[in-house]
Design a protein around this ligand. Structure first.
Ligand code: SF4
Length: 689
């Protein structure tokens, strides 16, 4: 069944064996039927040098399948694997799986080698030790690093420049020891950084060395999707794109990630900082005295304010507002900013471009000055120049230009919102093959179309390998978070609260309640719910540090019914808990979804829907229905992580019935407490635990 593709493998690495037996030799766990099918399709994709998009439920072992099959091919054909993940926890998981593969091998273990790379702010020790540097962007830290390295290399400036780079340059034995240690231990990025820090050597530079030896390189999305960072990574790898295989994990995040990456904004906060820079570093006249820096920035502040008043607040020329303020953003005509600037300054477009050029040049001087002073090379005037340059050159149909006032007048901004993720995916066609996978990717056509992947690629949805009866999803009809209905029927919110408190207080199993937003969660909590819940209650707070979040999550897990009386955790849909944390066995058994998390009907969302309507005739399905279903499924996915896991979810919204095609075994419940009790007390439920 499997073709022998080991003809190209140096015999020193592997003996020639059949692919099936080699995959079996690499695959470290008992193989499930669906995993065999996944690996076979990945193998076919790699052999045809194509793309594959697949969905397979959470906990079905996608990572290990993708790693094992691509590794087999990569080793046989001298390819590199770029494995890209959204979070550091997912990255860590890839390294753990690589270790499991390595441990399975009886010989040549070190041929299975991978490197985990994180963002520069995490990997640069100077940035880790300096809170100002830690906030630097990739560009700023790259500039800072080049400067520090240049000083360290300059033999006339002894003991100058980055000390961690100096160790790297000067202590060759330490470098060799570290390479050996990493090759042997296959560390996660965190372990590697800590070890380098203890050895007083730069992990970033060390990674540059190691990466050439690695078959698998695990990176955050930005390393593949940002052209500047990608070029640097590919330079390190020193292999052409056609010799690389790309694996995209949790691929459902990619379209939104690209939209964010390619969107640009100019905030009032940024302009205030520009004025501060002009005050501190001098306020030169731009383009031979046309306008001073501060006058230009003040003009932009006035224009943003006028755009906000006109389009968001609806204030007429007479100064009268048309009605109450009900929105936080609005479309602005594509050339309105330029037109306003030209008419207020009475200059030509050419002069405006010259002004932008001057701003960038002046900003660079400020960056250099700050750098010489040992500070982060940041200039807001530089950012302003770059923003205006991009803003004026954008293809209007792929972007929506907006004025946004999301914080009640405190920081209005203008924004060019990227509507089309395909603007950033040209690179995907250059890889030898790409594998895109997620537990929640349906409809797969939407992902393919959004990214502009070829129409004839493999799209596969694998059924869940776990017994259906282990997961139950209920919904109730007498509540909803639909704003108009809640306003009409004042009993809906008390009814919802009763459902939540009853479920949380009745069952000893660990229960998680997912709210559509932090605002809605705090409304519920402040309205007496904190006191009503009699069990131990943990709450995820907005902006909570990762350490604090992990603390409450681990306390919650420890309360599982096996050990104590169980606990409740309040969280939000689409957040760090619902999208990326595992709660196996008793750590989570009941999930309550409060309302359907439809996107807010902002101008930005309407622009997106319209764009998809025009391009694919599927605006609602692709931009509202599918992302909402994914968010619900991600939350419910926390319940089941393996064959033994069981769990029940209750959706508190009548509109859940519209998502049957995504949710599968969805049933209406007239008595949720009774139905939950029945599920949790099934003889088989306890019998198998
Ligand atoms: S050499 Fe390393 S530690 Fe030093 S500035 Fe550059 S990235 Fe940071």
């Amino acid at each position: 069944m499997y073709r022998n593709t080991f003809a190209h493998v140096p015999t020193t690495l592997f003996t020639k064996v059949s692919i099936l037996s080699f995959i079996m030799e690499l695959f470290p766990y008992p193989l499930r039927k669906s995993q065999k099918a996944i690996m076979q399709t990945i193998k076919n994709t790699l052999e045809s040098g194509s793309h594959m998009v697949f969905e397979s439920g959470t906990g079905s072992g996608k990572t290990i399948c993708a790693l094992t099959s691509t590794l087999e091919y990569a080793l046989a054909h001298d390819k590199k694997i770029i494995y890209t993940t959204r979070t550091n926890a997912q990255q860590q998981q890839v390294i753990f799986e690589l270790r499991a593969i390595r441990n399975k091998l009886s010989s040549n273990k070190e041929q299975v080698f991978g490197v985990g790379i994180q963002g520069r702010a995490n990997m640069c020790i100077l940035a880790r030790k300096n809170p100002e540097f830690a906030k630097g962007t990739a560009e700023e830290l790259s500039k800072l690093c080049s400067h520090e390295k240049k000083k360290a290399r300059n033999t006339n400036q002894k003991n100058k420049g980055c000390q961690y780079y100096r160790t790297f340059l000067e202590q060759k034995e330490k470098v060799t020891d570290l390479v050996e240690w990493a090759t042997k231990t296959l560390p996660t990025a965190e372990e590697f950084i800590t070890h380098c820090e203890q050895q007083h050597i730069c992990p970033y530079e060390m990674n540059r060395l190691l990466i050439r030896e690695a078959t698998v390189v695990v990176v955050p999305y930005v390393y593949v999707l940002n052209a500047m960072i990608r070029n640097m990574l590919f330079d390190w790898l020193s292999v052409p794109e056609e010799d690389m295989i790309l694996i995209v994990d949790e691929a459902h995040n990619i379209p939104e990630f690209i939209r964010d990456l390619f969107s640009v904004q100019l905030t009032t906060y940024m302009l205030t900082n520009c004025l501060y820079e002009a005050e501190k570093f001098g306020d030169p006249a731009l383009v031979d005295g046309t306008v001073t820096v501060s006058r230009f920035c003040n003009l932009l502040l006035e224009i943003i304010s006028t755009l906000r008043d006109t389009y968001v607040y609806g204030i007429l020329e007479s100064g009268i507002r048309k009605g109450p303020i009900e929105k936080t953003d609005a479309f602005i005509p594509s050339n309105e900013l330029e037109t306003e600037l030209l008419s207020r300054l009475t200059i030509t477009s050419k002069k405006l471009h010259d002004i932008i050029g001057d701003l960038i040049a002046y900003g660079e001087k400020i960056q250099d000055y700050r750098q010489k002073e040992g500070k982060l090379p940041r200039s807001y005037l530089h950012k302003l120049g770059v923003f205006l340059d991009v803003w004026m050159s954008l293809e209007s149909e792929q972007y929506a230009k907006l004025v946004v006032d999301a914080s009640q007048g405190k920081n209005p901004r203008i924004e060019a919102f990227c509507l089309d993720p395909a603007v950033g995916t040209g690179i995907l066609r250059q890889f030898h093959a790409t594998i895109h996978m997620s537990g929640t990717l349906e409809p797969l056509e939407e992902y393919r179309d959004s990214l502009g992947l070829p129409e004839d690629i493999e799209l596969i949805s694998y059924p869940s390998p776990f017994p259906q009866e282990h997961r139950r999803i209920l919904f109730v009809r007498d509540v909803t978070t639909k704003y108009a209905e809640m306003a009409r029927d004042k009993k809906i919110i008390p009814r919802m609260k009763k459902y939540i408190t009853d479920i949380c207080n009745t069952f000893p199993q660990n229960t998680m309640v997912f709210f559509p937003s932090f605002d809605i969660m705090s409304n519920f909590l402040n309205d007496g719910m904190k006191q009503d819940i009699t069990r131990c209650l943990y709450v995820e707070e907005q902006g909570m540090s990762q350490i604090d979040l992990m603390d409450i999550v681990s306390d919650f897990k420890e309360c599982s019914s096996k050990q104590t009386n169980g606990a409740t955790l309040f969280s939000v849909i689409g957040g760090r808990i619902s999208e990326g944390m595992d709660f196996p066995a008793e750590e989570l058994e009941v999930a309550v979804i409060v309302g359907i998390p439809y996107p807010k009907p902002t101008a930005r969302q309407r622009g997106l829907q319209r764009y998809y309507d025009i391009k694919f005739r599927k605006g609602w399905e692709y931009t509202v229905e599918a992302p909402t279903a994914r968010k619900i499924l991600q939350s419910i996915g926390r319940l089941i992580r393996d064959e033994q896991d069981r769990g029940i979810a209750v959706i508190l919204d009548r509109r859940a019935s519209r998502f049957t095609r995504y949710l599968g075994n969805l049933t209406e419940s007239k008595h949720p407490l009774r139905d939950i009790d029945c599920f949790l007390n099934q003889q088989s439920y306890f019998g198998k635990r």
